[in-house]
Design a protein. Structure first.
Length: 535
C-alpha cells in the first residue's frame, strides 16, 4: 500500500511539472481527446498482429506510415514477450515502439494482448499456458477445456494485473513527460467461443448465485436509457430486483451472454483499476461485432457489444469507452450504437479496403469520432497513393476547425453509395442536399453496377459560410426561409499551419456556373463556400 501511495504522490508531482496526461474531456455535450492541453484527432493505423514483435521489421514501416499522414500508430504489446519468465519483465519492444514513434513524429495507442486476444488466451506466457491447475480454462457444457482462461480465475487476474501494472509503471517512468502513448486498449476482442458461457465449477456456482446488487442498482437507475435488448429482456421477467441470473433475465443463451459479460467486465475492471492507480490515461475495450442471425457462442459473445453494453458499463466504470472493430457491413448502424452520451466513438480497427476513407470522413464529421484506424496499415505497397492517406491529409488540415465546430455544434458528415446516393441535412441558414458525384452522370463510372463509397465533412463557419472537405460529393443548397440560394464564392485551398490559404477561385465550370459545390470522385480537396439568398 505504501508503494502505491508514494507512486500516487509522484504522479501528482509529474502532472504539476509536465501537465496532464492524455485524457478525455467533455464540454458542451462533446467528448474530445485532450493531449498537452489541446484537442487531438487520431489519424490512426493498426499494425498487423505480429509486426511490432520485430524491431528490425518495423524500421522500413515507420516512414511508410508518415507518408499516409498518420499521426498515431496502434500497436500490440505482447504479454508472453513482456514477461517470458514470471516476475521478470522485458520492455525492449515497448521501448522500441516509443523510440520509433518519437523519431517519426507519431503518437501511439497500445493494445494489451493479455489474458485474451480474439477470445483466445494465445498471448499469455508459456508458464501460464502450461499450468492448467493454477490457471484453469473455461469449459464447455460437456467439460471440454477451451483455449480460453476462465475469467473466474483469481490467479489469472492477479497475474494479468501485475504484468499490466508493470507496463503502466514503465510507461509512466519513460513517457509521463512526452505523452507519446495516448491510450491503451485492455485485452483484444474479449468473447466466448464456441459456447455462450463458461461451464467450469466456479462459473456454474456464480451462475446459480444471485445477480450482484451492483448490477441490479445500475439497471434500476438507468432503466429508461438501457439498450432495448437488455431492457426488454429484464422487463419481460417483471424487472425483478433479486434472484439468480435466470430468475432475473430468463432461461436463454442471451442470459448466458449477459452473465459472461458481467464477469468479463469485472475482470477488465480489475486490470483498469490497477493501471489507473499508476498512470491515469484513457483505457478502452474493443469488440468483434456479431453477424446478423448468429446466436451467442457462434460469435465471440459477451464482449463489449451494443446489446450488452450496459452490462459492461456497470461492471467496468474505469474503462473510458467501448469501441467497435469493423469487418461488418452497415457502418451507420454500428457506429450509431457505439455513439452514446456515455460512450465516445473511436474505431480502432477497420478493414483496410476501398471506402475506408469515406467512412473515416463520415465518422469524424457525423459521429464526431475521436479517431479512426485501418488494420494492417503497413501492408500497403504504395502508401502515397492510399485513399486513407489522402483522407488523413484533409483531416490533418481541418483538425483545428473540426474541434471548434464540435463546440459550436456546426459540423456534420456524409457517406454516399449507389444504394444511398443522396442525404439531406441542415446547417446555418440552409438546407443542404449532398449527392454522390456519379449521380451527375458525367463519368463513365456512373453506369457501373457498384459505385465507390464517397464522403465528406461539412463545417459551418457562420449562417452562410462553410468549409467542405471530402471526395466524390455534390452539394446543393436551399434557404430555410423563402427565396433561393446562390453561391457568392467558392475557394479551393489548403490549411498551412492552421491558416487557410486560398488556391483556385471556382465560380465557373467547377460549380456548374453557380449550381452546386462539387468535389469529383477520386479527388480529395477542401473548399470554402460563401452563400447568399435572392428572391
Amino acid at each position: 500500500m505504501r508503494s502505491y501511495i508514494l507512486l500516487a504522490i509522484c504522479c501528482s508531482l509529474t502532472t504539476l511539472l509536465h501537465g496532464q496526461p492524455p485524457h478525455l474531456i467533455r464540454t458542451n455535450s462533446v467528448t474530445q481527446l485532450s493531449v498537452d492541453g489541446r484537442p487531438f484527432l487520431i489519424r490512426g493505423g493498426e499494425l498487423g498482429n505480429s509486426s511490432a514483435s520485430g524491431i528490425a521489421y518495423m524500421k522500413p514501416i515507420w516512414p511508410r506510415l508518415v507518408k499516409m499522414h498518420l499521426n498515431t500508430v496502434i500497436a500490440p504489446v505482447y504479454w508472453d514477450l513482456l514477461e517470458p519468465k514470471e516476475n521478470s519483465f522485458d520492455f525492449t519492444l515497448v521501448d522500441a515502439l516509443i523510440t520509433g514513434a518519437r523519431g517519426h513524429g507519431l503518437k501511439l495507442v497500445l493494445l494489451w494482448f493479455g489474458t485474451w486476444k480474439n477470445s483466445m488466451s494465445c498471448y499469455v506466457p508459456a508458464w501460464m499456458k502450461t499450468d492448467e491447475q493454477r490457471f484453469p480454462r473455461a469449459l464447455g457444457i460437456t467439460g471440454r477445456p477451451e483455449e480460453i482462461i476462465t475469467p473466474f480465475s483469481e490467479a489469472a487476474l492477479a497475474a494479468d494485473k501485475k504484468a499490466f501494472s508493470a507496463l503502466i509503471k514503465h510507461l509512466w517512468t519513460i513517457d509521463a513527460q512526452q505523452h507519446t502513448v495516448l491510450m491503451i486498449q485492455i485485452e483484444n476482442e474479449i468473447g466466448m467461443l464456441p459456447e455462450a458461457r463458461d461451464h467450469s465449477a466456479p462459473a456454474n456456482k456464480a451462475f446459480n448465485n444471485p445477480v450482484p446488487k451492483e448490477l441490479i442498482d445500475y439497471l434500476k437507475g438507468h432503466h429508461d436509457s438501457l439498450e432495448a435488448e437488455l431492457r426488454t429482456r429484464w422487463d419481460t421477467m417483471g424487472s425483478p430486483t433479486s434472484g439468480t441470473w435466470e430468475a432475473v433475465f430468463g432461461k436463454s443463451l442471451a442470459t448466458d451472454e449477459i452473465f459472461m459479460a458481467w464477469y468479463f467486465g469485472k475482470y477488465a475492471e480489475g486490470i483498469a483499476q490497477a493501471g489507473k492507480r499508476i498512470y491515469d490515461i484513457p483505457f478502452y475495450l474493443n469488440a468483434a461485432l456479431n453477424a446478423p442471425g448468429k446466436k451467442p457462442g457462434e460469435y465471440p459473445s459477451a464482449g463489449p457489444l451494443p446489446h450488452v453494453m450496459d452490462i459492461w458499463k456497470a461492471a467496468a466504470p474505469d474503462i473510458d469507452f467501448l469501441a467497435p472493430d469493423f469487418y461488418n457491413p452497415n457502418f451507420r448502424y454500428w457506429a450509431t450504437r457505439y455513439t452514446r452520451k456515455d460512450n465516445v466513438l473511436f474505431i480502432p480497427e477497420h478493414r483496410l479496403e476501398p471506402g475506408a476513407d469515406a467512412k473515416a470522413l463520415y465518422a469524424y464529421g457525423h459521429y464526431q469520432a475521436i479517431g479512426f484506424s485501418p488494420f494492417s496499415i503497413e501492408s500497403t505497397v504504395k502508401p502515397e497513393d492510399e485513399p486513407i492517406g489522402k483522407c488523413y491529409d484533409l483531416i490533418a488540415q481541418l483538425s483545428g476547425e473540426i474541434s471548434q465546430a464540435k463546440q459550436r455544434h456546426s459540423i456534420d458528415g456524409v457517406l454516399l453509395s449507389k444504394d444511398a446516393d443522396t442525404t439531406r441535412l441542415e446547417m446555418g441558414d440552409y438546407k443542404i442536399t449532398a449527392a454522390h458525384d456519379l449521380r451527375l452522370g458525367w463519368s463513365p463510372k456512373a453506369k457501373d453496377t457498384l459505385w465507390p463509397l464517397t464522403g465528406g465533412i461539412i463545417i459551418g463557419l457562420s449562417p452562410d459560410e462553410f468549409y467542405v472537405g471530402g471526395t466524390g460529393i455534390v452539394l446543393t443548397f436551399q434557404p430555410k426561409g423563402e427565396g433561393r440560394a446562390g453561391i457568392l464564392s467558392v475557394e479551393e485551398g489548403r490549411f498551412v499551419n492552421g491558416k487557410w490559404q486560398p488556391g483556385r477561385r471556382m465560380n465557373g465550370d467547377q460549380t456548374h456556373q453557380g449550381r452546386h459545390i462539387r468535389i469529383p470522385e477520386g479527388e480529395y480537396s477542401i473548399q470554402r463556400v460563401k452563400l447568399y439568398t435572392y428572391h
